[in-house]
Design a protein around this ligand. Structure first.
Ligand code: GLN
Length: 451
C-alpha cells in the first residue's frame, strides 16, 4: 500500500505534497507488517495517512505553508500524529495548505497553489487544500486537516470527498500550529463517512497538553453507521438558500435533501438569523487570536531570521516582513487593531457577544430538528487566480461554514453531485451536515446512509 501511494505521489503534478521521505514511510510500513503478523493490529494498522503541514512532526519539516517555517523541524510530534502512528498508520508525508491555515483556496501557501484534481484550472479549496486534493486524486486513503472556519469542510466539498470537523475540544490541538485557538479543530478527510469515523476513533481523546481538551468517555463513532434514519428531522435553514447561492449548487443540495426524504427523513424549515453576521464576527475574532498566536514568530526562538539587521527591533521587523505572506500580515494588522485600546470594545467585545447569539440560534434550531443540512459553500470551486487578489471575495465564500465553527459544533461535508461553475466544467458540490455538540456518531450515520 505504502509503495503504491508513494508512486502515485511521485507521479502527481497537483502540488498537494510538500515533504515526502519514502525511506521513512517504508520503515513504518515494515513495522506495521510486523504488527499485523503478531496479531496486535488495529483497524488502521498499515493504512497510509498524510498530514496537513500544520501538524508538527519530528521527522519531517512542518512549515504551515509559510516561509517563516520553511526549514522548521519540530522536536516533537503533534498529538494527532502520535495517536494515528500508535494505531499503526503509516505516514506518507506532509500536505500543502494555506499559510497558517488562513485562506479558502490554498492560494496563500508560500509553496504555491494546489490544483483541484477534478479540474486542474480550479482551486481545491482551503485551507486544507492539499489534504482534500490528495484524497480526491487517490494519493492517500486518509488525511488530517484542520478547520477554524471551514477548512476541512470547504476543501472536501470542492474536491468531492468527505470531511468532518468534530465538536471543538474533541481533538487535541497540541502540536497543531495555532491560528485562532478558540476555533481551531483537527479532523479527518477521507473518501467516506465510514473512513472518517475510523480515523476519528483514533484522533479524539483527552490530552493534558491541550488546556481546552475535553475529558470524555471514549466512544466508537461508527457505532450507528447502519442505523435507519426513518423519522430523522433535518433542519433546513432558510438563510443557507438565499441570494448568493449559485443555482447549480442549490440544485445538487436540494436533490440530496430529496434523497434523504426518500430514506425516511422529514425536512423542517428552520432559521439561523445571524448567519450573515458570522463573516464580520469571524473576521474580527480569528485575526485577533492570530495576531496574538503569531507573535511567537520573532526570528529568535525559531523560524525565519533576516540575514542583515541593525538591532533587535530591526531583526524582528525584517524577519517578520520577510517570513510572513500578505494574507498573514493583513490578519495580524486587523487583529492588532481590533484588540487595541479604544477599539477593543467596539470590535472584539461586540464580536464575542454576537458569537454567543450565533450559538443560541443553533440551540433554538436543535429544538426542532436532529441535524441541519445545507450547502458547504455558495459556489463550486472557482478558477485558480480568479479571486487571489480579492481577500473579501474569499471571506464571503465562507458564509455557510463560519457559524458552525463560532458555535463549536461538529460539521461535515459529503459529496452530493456536480455543478458547472461559470464554465462548462464538472466541479463537485458538497452537502453540509451540522450536528449538535458531540453528535458526531449521528452525523456519520446520516452521511453513511446517503453514501
Ligand atoms: N477561510 C477561513 C479563513 O481564511 C477559514 C480557514 C480555516 O478554517 N482554517 O480564515
Amino acid at each position: 500500500l505504502a509503495q503504491h501511494f508513494l508512486q502515485r505521489i511521485a507521479a502527481s503534478d497537483l502540488n498537494a505534497f510538500l515533504h515526502v521521505d519514502p525511506a521513512l514511510t517504508l520503515q513504518q510500513a515494515a513495522a506495521a507488517d510486523v504488527r499485523l503478523a503478531n496479531g496486535d493490529a488495529t483497524a488502521l494498522t498499515g493504512i497510509p495517512i498524510a498530514h496537513k503541514d500544520i501538524f508538527v512532526t519530528k521527522n519531517l519539516r512542518s512549515t504551515a505553508g509559510s516561509r517563516m517555517l520553511e526549514n522548521y523541524v519540530s522536536p516533537f510530534d503533534a498529538t494527532v500524529v502520535t495517536k494515528l502512528a500508535e494505531a499503526g498508520m503509516v505516514t506518507l508525508g506532509k500536505l500543502n495548505c494555506d499559510e497558517f491555515a488562513m485562506g479558502s483556496a490554498n492560494e496563500n501557501s508560500y509553496f504555491g497553489a494546489v490544483k483541484n484534481p477534478w479540474d486542474k484550472t480550479a482551486v481545491p479549496g482551503g485551507s486544507s487544500g492539499g489534504s482534500a486534493a490528495a484524497i480526491a486524486a487517490r494519493l492517500t486513503p486518509a488525511a488530517s486537516g484542520t478547520d477554524t472556519g471551514g477548512s476541512i469542510r470547504q476543501p472536501a466539498a470542492f474536491c468531492g470527498v468527505t470531511g468532518i470537523k468534530p465538536t471543538y475540544s474533541s481533538v487535541s490541538r497540541y502540536g497543531m500550529i495555532a491560528f485562532a485557538s478558540s476555533l481551531d479543530q483537527g479532523g479527518p478527510i477521507a473518501q467516506t463517512a465510514e473512513d472518517c469515523g475510523l480515523l476519528l476513533n483514533a484522533m479524539v481523546g483527552f490530552d493534558e497538553k491541550d488546556s481546552t481538551s475535553l475529558d470524555r468517555k471514549p466512544e466508537d463513532f461508527n457505532r450507528d453507521l447502519n442505523k435507519s434514519i426513518q423519522g430523522l428531522r433535518i433542519g433546513v435553514p432558510k438563510e443557507f438558500f438565499g441570494e448568493g447561492l449559485a443555482p447549480d449548487v442549490e440544485q445538487a443540495v436540494r436533490a440530496a435533501l430529496a434523497e434523504y426524504e426518500k430514506l425516511g427523513a422529514t425536512l423542517v424549515d428552520i432559521s439561523l438569523p445571524k448567519t450573515e453576521l458570522s463573516i464580520p464576527v469571524y473576521y474580527v475574532i480569528a485575526p485577533a487570536e492570530a495576531s496574538s498566536n503569531l507573535s511567537r514568530f520573532d526570528g529568535v526562538r525559531y523560524g525565519h531570521r533576516a540575514a542583515d539587521y541593525k538591532d533587535l527591533n530591526d531583526m524582528y521587523k525584517k524577519s517578520r516582513t520577510e517570513g510572513f505572506g500578505e494574507e498573514v500580515k493583513r490578519r495580524i494588522l486587523v487583529g492588532a487593531y481590533v484588540l487595541s485600546h479604544g477599539y477593543y470594545d467596539a470590535y472584539y467585545l461586540q464580536a464575542q457577544k454576537i458569537r454567543r447569539l450565533i450559538a443560541q440560534d443553533f440551540a433554538a434550531a436543535f429544538e426542532k430538528c436532529d441535524v441541519i443540512m445545507g450547502p458547504v459553500a455558495p459556489t463550486v470551486a472557482w478558477d485558480l487566480g480568479s479571486k487571489s487578489d480579492d481577500p473579501v471575495a474569499n471571506y464571503l465564500a465562507d458564509i455557510f461554514t463560519l457559524s458552525t465553527s463560532l458555535a463549536g459544533l461538529p460539521g461535515m461535508s459529503i459529496p452530493c453531485g456536480f455543478g458547472q461553475g461559470d464554465k462548462n466544467a464538472k466541479r463537485p458540490v458538497g452537502l453540509q451536515l451540522i450536528g449538535n455538540y458531540f453528535d458526531e456518531a449521528r452525523l456519520l450515520n446520516v452521511a453513511h446512509q446517503y453514501q
